[in-house]
Design a protein. Structure first.
Lengths: 297, 127
């Protein structure tokens, strides 16, 4: 019975937006975004500072009203979420500010009462491992400590949808690895759907099943992490051969010496564009970070 | 086998699932993994390296379809080792393919014709 219930639940897309547009003081923050997350997927959102990552996340969760477009969470309109839907979500903003007059322990005890699956043991263990003094006021914690407390809150509620805005910023490498492990195992075993934004691309390469590049308010690319590595590469052509460059490419950069760098894609039968086999041409495999730098510049 | 035996480089341009399959191939071909030895569970590998369990499952699935390992009910994945002699020449040659392609690419960039490269290689191989 329980398994059946879960199955009907999971048929509903946890997070979906279409045609999202939003502006801040005249500058376009979001410029027509369509995005949906499959249940159990881990989507990493990459983008430069100011690309609109936080705005997109907030609009997806109904925390801000976009100028145009629609956001749905578990099938419900994001701006009018039921309490039942809210109990299935955990969101950690970049700078948590709520309940600052409580101590970490008080806040976690208080919030825990609202969640049916609250994991108290996890709270106690993780507070110790992440070196948080439970009796210190939240307002007195450093921004990093404050975000760590919020991450503990989010994970302890055992959400079906976990949304993290730049979680890596607050954590040292050891704690970061621990967070990634939690995220990966929960997605793989409990089917938790995860959306997280980051500019630390290697974190995303570890745990994300998919990646979305956000650039100047637009989604430049959205595909699986493995696919980005297998399907795209950088083609370098010396200056005298630039006429042979393929017309179709994701990005095109001319260097000072006249040579060209292009991000190219394999065709349906797995071949690189013809120019790649010319003498003097070079095809470089790209990691995710290189790919991002190439297309975001 | 312990999950720490695998070396995962998330930033490499080779996808993680391929890194795992490639390392299993080598460990088995090199005899470090013996016939019947159990692979660590998907959870152990994912947990140890903080990677997505689906990536590990994908790698194990490919290893299974290549006949490197077999799924034992209730136990997990077990190595099917082939002694080196039992592997055909083409199977062993396939293990060198990435290095050969790299060599060919370098020779191409240096605009070296095939003949002197092959002469040198033959000498290195001691034939």
């Amino acid at each position: 019975m329980n398994a059946m219930l879960r199955e009907t639940e999971s048929a509903i897309v946890p997070l979906a937006v279409s045609g999202l547009v939003h502006c801040y003081e005249g500058s376009n923050a979001l410029n027509g975004i369509d995005l949906a997350l499959e249940p159990g997927s881990v989507l990493g959102l990459i983008g430069r500072n100011g690309a609109g990552k936080s705005t997109l996340i907030r609009a997806m969760l109904g925390l801000l009203e976009p100028l145009a477009g629609e956001a749905r969470v578990f099938g419900e309109p994001a701006l009018q979420l039921s309490d039942a839907a809210k109990a299935r979500i955990a969101y950690v903003p970049q700078q948590p500010e709520a309940l600052a007059w409580l101590t970490a322990q008080q806040m976690l005890d208080f919030v825990g009462r609202f969640y049916p699956r609250w994991d108290k043991a996890f709270v106690t263990n993780t507070l110790g491992r992440w070196r948080i003094q439970p009796n210190k006021l939240l307002a007195k914690l450093s921004p990093g400590e404050r975000q760590r407390v919020d991450l503990i809150r989010a994970l302890a509620s055992q959400p079906e949808l976990l949304v993290l805005d730049e979680p890596a910023a607050a954590l040292d490498p050891v704690a970061r690895r621990e967070l990634l492990r939690e995220v990966a195992l929960r997605a793989g075993e409990s089917g938790t759907t995860v959306l997280f934004s980051t500019h630390i691309v290697s974190d995303l390469e570890r745990v994300a099943s998919e990646v979305a590049f956000l650039h100047q308010g637009k989604l430049l690319m959205r595909c699986s992490v493995d696919e980005t590595k297998e399907r795209y590469a950088r083609l370098w052509l010396p200056g005298k051969m630039s006429a042979a460059a393929p017309t179709q490419s994701l990005s095109r950069r001319r260097h000072d010496d006249g040579s060209l760098s292009l991000v190219v894609e394999r065709d349906a039968s797995g071949h690189w564009p013809e120019a790649a086999s010319l003498p003097g041409a070079r095809v470089d495999a790209l990691g995710l970070e290189d790919l991002f730098v190439e297309i975001a510049e | 086998m312990d999950a720490s035996l695998l070396n995962i480089q998330p930033t490499a341009s080779e996808p993680i699932y391929r890194q795992i399959v490639e390392q299993l191939r080598r460990l088995i071909a090199g005899g470090q993994l013996e016939h019947g030895e159990l692979l660590p569970s998907v959870r152990d590998v994912a947990g140890f390296h903080a990677i997505n369990p689906m990536t590990v499952s994908r790698a194990y699935g490919i290893a299974e379809s290549e006949g490197l390992v077999e799924r034992l009910r209730g136990k997990g994945m077990a190595v099917i080792a082939m002694r080196k002699a039992a592997q055909s020449e083409s199977q062993r040659l396939a293990l060198l393919e990435p290095q050969l392609q790299e060599l060919a690419r370098h020779a191409h960039e240096l605009e070296l014709p095939a003949a002197p490269v092959l002469r040198r290689l033959t000498k290195l191989l001691g034939e």
